[in-house]
Design a protein. Structure first.
Length: 421
C-alpha cells in the first residue's frame, strides 16, 4: 500500500538559530574540514552492521564530533544510546564510553557491538550452537509462542527460532551470550514477514508474501560469522559501560566530560515506533510482551499525563497552539513528550562537565512542523547552557520512515553544541 504524501504542512515562524557564545566554526555543515553530509562515506564499518537499529546516528558524524570535542582519555556519555553508533565510534578512538537506553534490545546490542571477543572462542561457541539447535528444532514445541509474535513469521520459521533461542540463552559466558542473542534478534528481523526499510512493522502482502521463504539457520550463520569477525577486530581492551536506565535517573556516577547523543524526535506513538520495531526481536531474546509494555512507559512522553506546567520555549508554545487547534489528543501527547524531554535534558546536563551535543531532526504532527532544534536550544538556555556551535546536515538516507499523514519525514538534522556556562 503506498504511503500517503504529506500535504499542507504548517511552518511556525521562528528566528534563525545563532550561537550566543564566541565561535570557532561558523560554516554550517563543516567540522574539522569535513562536510557533515558525508555523502557516499562508508557507514557500516567495524561492528555497526551487526544489528540494524532505527534512527541510528551517522557513524562518520559521531566520529567527527568525538575527535573534535572529546579529548583523548576523557569519558563520553550517550544517554539515548540506541544501536550503539556513538559508543562504537568512541571506543574506536580510545575514549571511555558510557551509554544507557530504556530499550533492552538497544542495551544488548550496544554491549555486544562494543565488546572485543577473540574469534577463536566465539567460532567454537557458534559451532556448538548450530549443532545443538539444528537437532533441537526437530522436536521443540512452539505452543507458547504468543499469537502476536507468530503472526509475523512463516510456520516453518518458528521451530528453528525457538531452538536457537533456547540454546543461546544457555551460554554461560555473558559476553558471548550477548553477542549471540544480538545475532539471533537480528536474524529474527531478517526472517520476519515485514517490509524492509520501513520503521513501523507492516506485514508482507500477496506475491511478496508468497515469494518469501527465509532459511533461519542460514540467516543466523551469515550474521554470526560476520559478527564474530567484526567483534574480533575491535581494539582488544575496548569496552563501553552500557546499562538499562531512564535518562531522567542519571546520577553523578555517570559523570562525563561530554555528552553526545541523538534523542528521540517525538513520542513512541507519533514518532519512530522503537518498541513496535523491537517487539518480536525482544521476544526472541527473552523479554515478554508484558515486560515490554512496562519498559515502554519510561519512553519520553509515554508515562502518565503531565501536570500543567508552563513552557518557556517560545517556539514550542507557538507550535503547540497550532496543534491544539487541529487535534487535542496530539496536543496532549506533544505536551507529555516535551515536558519529559526537558526533564531528561536537565538530568543529562547535570552529569556533563563540559559540553552537551545534541543531534536531532524536526518532525511533523497534525500537519505542523515541530522545530526540534529550536526547542532543544530554548530548553538548554533555560537550563543556563549557551549554544556554542550550530551545524546542519542534509539527511540522505536516514532510517526514519516517511510515516505519511502525521508522522512526517525529515530531511535536515540539527547538530547543536552546548557549553556549560
Ligand atoms: C534516536 S534513538 C538513538 C539512536 C542512536 N544514536 C543510534 O545511533 O542508534 C533514541 C533512543 O532513545 C531511547 N529512549 C527513549 N526514551 C528514553 C529514556 N527515557 N531514557 C533513555 N533512553 C530513552 C529509545 O529507546 C531510542 O533507542
Amino acid at each position: 500500500m503506498p504511503l500517503s504524501p504529506i500535504r499542507e504542512i504548517t511552518d511556525v515562524e521562528v528566528e534563525p538559530l545563532e550561537p550566543c557564545l564566541p565561535i570557532e566554526t561558523r560554516a554550517a555543515g563543516m567540522l574539522n574540514g569535513h562536510d557533515l553530509n558525508f555523502a557516499g562515506v562508508e557507514t557500516q564499518h567495524a561492528t555497526h552492521s551487526i544489528h540494524p537499529y532505527v534512527a541510528a546516528i551517522n557513524p562518520p558524524l559521531a566520529a567527527s564530533l568525538i575527535s573534535h570535542y572529546v579529548p583523548e582519555g576523557e569519558v563520553m556519555l550517550d544517554p539515548f544510546c540506541g544501536g550503539g553508533g556513538v559508543l562504537i565510534e568512541a571506543i574506536l578512538q580510545g575514549r571511555q564510553a558510557i551509554g544507557c537506553d530504556i530499550n533492552p534490545l538497544a542495551v544488548l546490542m550496544s554491549q555486544a557491538k562494543t565488546t572485543h571477543l577473540p574469534s577463536s572462542r566465539t567460532l567454537h561457541t557458534y559451532r556448538a550452537i548450530e549443532d545443538e539447535a539444528e537437532k533441537l528444532a526437530r522436536r521443540i514445541s512452539i505452543d507458547d509462542v504468543p499469537e502476536l509474535v507468530r503472526f509475523w513469521y512463516r510456520d516453518d520459521s518458528l521451530p528453528p527460532l525457538r531452538a536457537l533461542q533456547t540454546v543461546v540463552c544457555r551460554i554461560e559466558d555473558e559476553a558471548q551470550r550477548r553477542l549471540f542473542q544480538t545475532v539471533l534478534s537480528a536474524t529474527a528481523r531478517d526472517v520476519m514477514l515485514t517490509y524492509r526499510g520501513e520503521i513501523r512493522l507492516r506485514k508482507m502482502q500477496g506475491a511478496d508474501l508468497e515469494r518469501f521463504h527465509p532459511n533461519v539457520f542460514a540467516a543466523f550463520r551469515k550474521r554470526a560469522l560476520s559478527a564474530i569477525k567484526s567483534v574480533g577486530e575491535l581494539p582488544p581492551e575496548s569496552r563501553a559501560d552500557v546499562f538499562a536506565l531512564d535518562c531522567r535517573k542519571l546520577t553523578k556516577r555517570q559523570s562525563c566530560h561530554t555528552v553526545i547523543t541523538s534523542p528521540p524526535y517525538g513520542d513512541d506513538k507519533n514518532g519512530v515506533g522503537y518498541f513496535q520495531f523491537s517487539r518480536n526481536m525482544l521476544f526472541w531474546i527473552g523479554v515478554s510482551l508484558e515486560e515490554q509494555k512496562h519498559q515502554r512507559e519510561a519512553f519520553l512522553g509515554c508515562g502518565v499525563d503531565a501536570r500543567e506546567r508552563s513552557v518557556s520555549s517560545e517556539t514550542l508554545r507557538l507550535t503547540l497552539a497550532v496543534i491544539r487547534e487541529r487535534k487535542m489528543a496530539h496536543h496532549r501527547e506533544a505536551v507529555n513528550f516535551y515536558l519529559d524531554y526537558l526533564d531528561g535534558l536537565k538530568q543529562i546536563a547535570s552529569v556533563a562537565q563540559e559540553r552537551v551535543i545534541i543531534v536531532i531532526g524536526d518532525r511533523v504532527l497534525s500537519r505542523t512542523r515541530i522545530n526540534n532544534g529550536h526547542i532543544t536550544t530554548d530548553f538548554m538556555r533555560e537550563l543556563g547552557w549557551g549554544l556554542e556551535h550550530y551545524y546542519t546536515r542534509q539527511l540522505l538516507k536516514k532510517r526514519i520512515a516517511n510515516l505519511g499523514g502525521d508522522g512526517g519525514g525529515i530531511s535536515l538534522e540539527h547538530v547543536m553544541v552546548f557549553r556549560r556556562p
